[in-house]
Design a protein around this ligand. Structure first.
Ligand SMILES: Cc1cc2nc3c(=O)[nH]c(=O)nc-3n(C[C@H](O)[C@H](O)[C@H](O)COP(=O)(O)O)c2cc1C
Length: 178
């Protein structure tokens, strides 16, 4: 069974980013992956800020990344880059912590003007962590996700199709490697 881990780099669960997370988790469930989510904002803030490599919570999170073949990095755009909290966690991964993994970057932004965050900001960090199989990823606009009454998120059909496309690429790769 392919193992996936999703690194959630937002600062709250009350975010349209959660709409993308729900979709990715649902996709992995449907396709028979086992999947785990690391909510960076729920890790101990003191350990993140002080780069405490000995933190039990960080060691536990890193073990999830280590055992996964697929890593989804999910972040909103903050100040033309990924979030600072995401970086505090990525800094605590081992030096080549993403080596040999298929990595999928998924970004939520307020403007298409920052579409290149994936290529100019996120990918260099992922590649410094040893990732060589980094998929092109997807950039979704916040206006393409709507919060509905029953604590659900509705993704516009255009964004939904783009997400399906990149997730299907992950599925095809996993099939080839199994
Ligand atoms: C501190 C902060 C900085 C942001 N900077 C940018 C930015 O530079 N470019 C951009 O496209 N969106 C930016 N945004 C918008 C967010 O990426 C987008 O609205 C958010 O991911 C939607 O999530 P929400 O449902 O939590 O509001 C910023 C939002 C915040 C809170």
């Amino acid at each position: 069974m392919t193992k996936a881990v999703i690194i959630y780099g937002g600062n709250s669960n009350q975010s349209r980013l959660k709409g993308i997370l729900d979709k990715v988790e649902h996709f992995f469930g449907k396709e028979g992956f086992s999947s785990d989510t690391i909510y960076v904002h729920e890790l101990p803030a003191d350990d993140l800020i002080k780069a405490n490599f000995k933190s039990e919570a960080i060691i536990e999170a890193n073990a999830k990344v280590e055992s996964a073949q697929v890593v989804v990095v999910l972040t909103p755009v903050y100040k033309a880059a990924y979030t600072g909290i995401l970086k505090t966690y990525l800094d605590l991964l081992p030096q080549k912590g993403l080596e040999g993994k298929t990595v999928l970057p998924l970004v939520l932004g307020g403007s298409f003007g920052h579409l290149l965050v994936i290529d100019y900001a996120l990918k260099p960090v992922l590649s410094a962590l040893g990732a060589t199989d980094i998929l092109s990823g997807a950039y979704v606009l916040d206006t393409q996700i709507e919060y509905t009454e029953n604590n659900q998120y509705l993704i516009s059909s255009e964004a939904d199709e783009r997400l399906d496309r990149v997730l299907n690429t992950v599925k095809e790769k996993a099939k080839r490697h199994s």
